[in-house]
Design a protein around this ligand. Sequence first.
Ligand code: MLT
Length: 412
Amino acid sequence: MSKINENFLNLQESYLFSTVAKKVAKYTEENPDKKVIKLGIGDVTRPIVPACIEAMHKAVDEIGTEEGFKGYGPEQGYEFLRNAIVENDYKTRGIEIKPDEIFVSDGAKCDCGNIVDIFAKENKVAITDPVYPVYLDTNVMSGRSGKYNKETDTYENIVYLPVTAENNFKPELPKEKVDLIYLCFPNNPTGTVLTKEDLKVWVDYAKENNSIILYDSAYERFITEKEIPHSIYEVEGAKDVAIEFKSYSKTAGFTGVRCAYVVIPKTVKGYTNTGEAVELNKLWNRRTCTKFNGVSYIVQRAAEATYTEEGQKQIQENINYYMNNAKIIKQGLEEAGFTVYGGVNSPYVWLKVPEGITSWEFFDKLLEEVNVVGTPGSGFGPHGEGYFRLTAFGTKENTEKAIERIKNWKNG
Ligand code: MLT
């Protein structure tokens, strides 16, 4: 008899964005005349920039020749891309990362999800609350959580670190000792950021407790305020305790193209049961070689092209476009009388739903009464209740329309 991994039965019925998509599909099927605007899942709408398209065309032509053909590439990514990452994403910020500390992949979602493979089941995991659901779900799947408690909407054995308006969206250090700490800044879903000083507290904690910080900085390119760190390695000591996840999905519109990378400095160590230190880089490399055959050459050439002068200019234009949407959303909602967070260093705007209704009730009302889709805060965790997320990744036209509809509705 084949036995299943019963941890899967401990998961909530459906992944948050699938639930949202299902609800929207049902509504549009029943109301075919309604023009629904989707500002729910953070999926980009701007086309891939010309510098990347040209690089892909060139790569396609190349692999069609005897000399240029490519079979399996290095599992960890081609040297040209790893070098470009070192030079452009790290050296320019005064951070020294070596090419063999970088692993190119097909997405930060997969990386954040797969990283659990190299950690023992008994590690105590801390997540911020609300949180990008992948960190929690993948730990539930791999048996690192206890049972789900419907009353509190939490799992046993997971440490939840609230990030709400009450603590200015800055997670406090856990009261009990934790081993793996997921941090995502600029934050998804709240759109808020931490300063270097804020992050230093976490790095110091991790050093003191031999913990590892899993730092998701998929949205760093959207930071507009100078003093906000783009990488956790800007913080002294982080290279001993942090793994960093980066992605081209939002930076360069690669949600469909697929490319990202993980940084695991060789100085980051985990421990055996007998207390022996082991380089996590080695374990991840071993895992990568076994389970992955690399990102396609064509896509890696496109990622490399994001670092050319033209590429940088073009992707920045798209980022400015989205950040202008963020401004439209933030200002419009404020004018309508909502309390709003995020949207300054992030493409996500996090708003407080009106008193007396839940995040899901607000979702339904917005969908049914003004045909705008967002993401209910409680879908990201219990402390997301009472909040709602809108993304700036829509088109400008749709963003303006959606905000106009919300304004008229709220004030009508
Ligand atoms: C989101 O909407 O939170 C993101 O698009 C999801 C993702 O990046 O996987």
